[in-house]
Design a protein around this ligand. Structure first.
Ligand code: BV8
Length: 243
């Protein structure tokens, strides 16, 4: 942790599946990126859903049920503390579709790839929160259509949500911290490159191992997020008090 810690005004934090690993949720690279016998990239697509909706519903129903059996870990808790205590702005841009940041107490969150506990109607675009399984047989509660319901999730080949808000946050960021992401999936993997082009903010990677984009970061810490994130937040808040 060699960098002299200064106090930063606007902090943007990008999180990926690695921050939820110690809560017991699989990352996309676990089991070689496979779910049952399918590559995740092949299940999380509009084409897969059109071809075999029951398979894709099963993939998300299983993960939605599993989410209710896990808890936030100290990395989620530390980010919620940072948002509560930091003098400036803190925003989490998460690639994760779990609700562990919310359950840890974070408020300022952008779910750029959607949310597991939300479903959307393909006919009337209604979005609702549910913890239950959904299927093609279920009519939309708003418009009555069936088949109509799909996970409110951004699949491969679909446009991530709130990209304008994310870009606005990156343009103002004094500090960009990337936590628990392999840097494989765009556009999220390109945010650190955008930060370097803007040329203002300090960029930090906290990940179990070097990500694809490790060379773009000013500062890197490799190890478990559950240990490194609380330590890093502690240093940020201490620098606040000195400022
Ligand atoms: C888009 C929701 C454009 C689903 C997700 C060819 C054809 C089509 C598209 C493309 C293509 N080539 C490139 C693309 C673009 C594509 C892409 O990047 N593909 C990759 C595979 C090459 N991107 C897209 O399709 C995106 N959309 O480009 O739209 C467009 C333009 C105009 C108009 C329309 C469209 C959409 C991407 C979003 C896909 N949905 N999630 C679901 O959850 O089921 S992506 C999903 O995978 C995650 O959300 C996440 O983003 C990604 C996995 O990334 P990570 O989170 O990094 O997870 P991973 O397992 O990879 O890494 C975990 C890391 O944690 C590891 O490094 C590990 O070491 C570390 N770790 C593990 N344990 C710990 C730890 N670190 C710390 N502590 C620990 N304890």
């Amino acid at each position: 942790m060699g960098y002299m810690m200064t106090s930063y005004e606007n902090i943007v934090i990008l999180t990926g599946a690695g921050i939820s690993k110690e809560s017991g949720l699989n990352t996309f690279r676990d089991n070689g990126g496979l779910w049952e016998t399918h590559r995740v990239e092949e299940v999380a697509t509009p084409e897969a859903f059109a071809r075999d909706p029951a398979l894709v519903h099963r993939f998300y129903n299983m993960r939605r049920q599993n989410l209710q059996t896990v808890e936030p870990n100290p990395a989620h808790d530390a980010l919620a503390l940072l948002e509560a205590e930091h003098k400036g702005n803190v925003i989490i841009v998460t690639q994760n579709v779990d609700n562990l940041h919310e359950r840890a107490g974070s408020k300022n969150i952008i779910h750029m790839h959607g949310e597991l506990l939300k479903v959307r109607c393909r006919a009337c675009a209604m979005v609702m929160v549910t913890e239950n399984d959904i299927s093609d047989e279920m009519p939309c509660p708003a418009c009555g259509f069936a088949p109509a319901l799909r996970p409110h999730i951004v699949w491969f080949g679909e446009m991530p949500f709130q990209m304008d808000d994310i870009e606005e946050a990156l343009l103002k960021a004094d500090l960009f911290i990337s936590i628990g992401t392999s840097g494989n999936v765009y556009p999220a993997a390109g945010f650190v490159q955008m930060m370097r082009q803007i040329g203002r903010g300090h960029t930090v990677e906290i990940n179990m191992e070097p990500s694809e984009g490790v060379s773009y970061f000013h500062e890197v810490h490799h190890g478990p997020a559950g240990t490194l994130v609380p330590q890093y937040v502690d240093r940020l808040l201490k620098a606040d008090y000195k400022a």
